[in-house]
Design a binder for this molecule. Structure first.
Ligand SMILES: NC(=O)C1=CN([C@@H]2O[C@H](COP(=O)(O)OP(=O)(O)OC[C@H]3O[C@@H](n4cnc5c(N)ncnc54)[C@H](OP(=O)(O)O)[C@@H]3O)[C@@H](O)[C@H]2O)C=CC1
Ligand SMILES: O=C([O-])CC(=O)C(=O)O
Length: 442
């Protein structure tokens, strides 16, 4: 649609998507206004070279409404974050790093409500890293998203330089260096897991396409929305121009839960537990690895002699921790999930302590453990702090561990068959094992 079309015909579409970088006018619908944004790509400075028209739905904008001032440049900027300021000068005087763009989907949800404030405070990227938050919601949540943005305004975070809100992933993901994909439909009563895989899979297929079209070529993607491993697989398959290695499914919450349980049993503080791997799916088949984990630098089995507890109670406690919490709290883990997302990000931007590792659900191609190729599986990783990671080679396996890993692997292969229509691999065929559940399901 062109400006000429807009001036002569009523607007009927709610918003449009583009399949490539934004060369053409973009429409987006908020609850009260329709904004048309023109941007030129590539955009070295997102605050330059833009023109914005803001008009009410059903109103015909006049060409004189086209505004070119610097102050109106940021598409979808929110409130105080639309003020002009000289970030470059501040970067120089404060020795700040270059602004980093972080997109968060499901931004009006419970997990985001904790995470956004951690990100804005500098807890993840450090006190010298200014940040732009790009919040993705939907028509359903737009008003709530405005409320979230208002709370961010009122928090006066020095490092938070931009907040923008939108419902079109092709706009929100533009040039982002991190994408935290949290938004997903929760599984409701009576809903089959296959149904959840399909509904949420479609969200992640679309978001993968949008990332592929407009995000930074080296964007790091953390998928949180469940079923997160298979959603991450769908997302990366729809983003062929972004390295598959850059996609993560969040299993850090499971790692943190496992460390806590081992510390409790051993009677030590949880910072004494290291080398904790979660293998496999973020589901009740996940495998918390007590064979390679350490307490005070010693193998867990030397510290906790009750091996039956390790194999049975410990493993099940970690697998079902989310469900027990839902029973107590009436809703699923939000604060601890946000903490674990921050932990997962910090693990990628700071060097992993010597000898230790962290868990993340990552793409299996080329893995040294013999796990099936072409799925997203939680495995032990190390990072130099550059946003990238490598898989840890020096881990050992025994029969128990291999058998459990094989079960989680089989589950993920079945999930993959269920979403073949979303990964470009043909006709879906769903034969999920019956006991497959999310950690929050009991
Ligand atoms: N990997 C992990 O360790 C964990 C993963 N999770 C998962 O994270 C996700 C988000 O959890 P949480 O923030 O607590 O959930 P909330 O229900 O609070 O928020 C989820 C957001 O998802 C969005 N959404 C997208 N599509 C739909 C849809 N079809 N129906 C309803 N909402 C939709 C909504 O935002 P909008 O309307 O803006 O799209 C909503 O705000 C869930 O999938 C949950 O299972 C939770 C805990 C741990
Ligand atoms: O099942 C859920 O939505 C919650 C979840 O993932 C968890 O607590 O680990």
């Amino acid at each position: 649609m062109s400006v000429a079309d807009l001036t002569t015909s009523p607007v009927t579409s709610t918003y449009t998507k583009t399949s490539s970088r934004l060369h053409s006018p973009q429409l987006s619908l908020s609850s009260t206004r329709l904004s048309v944004h023109f941007s030129r790509s590539p955009r070295p400075n997102p605050r330059a070279q833009n023109f914005k028209i803001t008009c009410s739905v059903n109103q015909v904008p006049s060409p004189v409404a086209v505004q070119t001032e610097e102050a109106k440049n940021k598409s979808e900027c929110f409130g105080v974050f639309c003020q002009t300021y000289d970030l470059k000068a501040e970067e120089e005087t404060k020795s700040w790093k270059k602004l980093i763009n972080v997109a968060v989907s499901g931004a009006a949800g419970m997990i985001s409500n904790h995470l956004l404030f951690k990100l804005a405070s500098g807890e993840v990227f450090g006190p010298d890293q200014p940040i732009a938050l790009k919040l993705l919601g939907s028509e359903r949540s737009f008003q709530a998203l405005e409320g979230v943005a208002m709370e961010l305004e009122d928090s006066l975070y020095p490092l938070l330089r931009e907040v923008s809100i939108g419902i079109n992933p092709y706009e929100v993901f533009e040039e982002v260096e991190w994408a935290l994909l949290i938004g997903a439909k929760p599984r409701g009563p009576g809903m089959e897991r296959a149904g959840l895989l399909d509904i949420n899979g479609q969200i992640f297929a679309e978001q993968g396409k949008a990332l592929n079209a407009v995000a930074s070529r080296n964007v790091k993607v953390i998928v949180v929305g469940n079923p997160c491993n298979t959603n991450a697989l769908i997302c990366l398959k729809n983003a062929p121009n972004i390295p598959a290695k850059n996609f993560h499914a969040l299993t850090r919450l499971d790692e943190n839960r496992a460390k806590c349980q081992l510390a409790l049993k051993a009677g030590v503080f949880y910072d004494k537990v290291s080398n904790m791997t979660i293998w496999g799916n973020h589901s009740t088949t996940q495998v918390p690895d007590f064979l390679n984990a350490r307490i005070n630098g010693l193998p867990v089995k030397e510290v906790i002699k009750d091996h039956k507890w390790l194999e049975e109670e410990f493993t099940e406690k970690v697998q079902k921790r989310g469900g027990v919490l839902i029973q107590k709290w009436g809703r699923s883990s939000a604060a601890s999930t946000a903490v674990s997302i921050a932990d997962a990000m910090k693990s990628l931007v700071t060097p992993t302590p010597e000898g230790d590792w962290f868990s993340s659900g990552v793409y299996t191609n080329g893995n040294p453990y013999g796990i099936a190729q072409d799925i997203v599986f939680s495995m032990p990783c190390r990072s130099k702090g550059d946003g990238d990671y490598e898989l840890v080679k020096d881990v050992t396996f025994d029969k128990y561990l291999l058998k459990r890993i094989a079960k989680s692997e089989a589950e993920l292969l079945a999930e993959k068959r269920c979403v073949a229509h979303l990964t470009g691999e043909g006709v879906a065929f769903c034969d999920l094992p019956e006991d497959t559940m999310l950690p929050g399901e009991m």
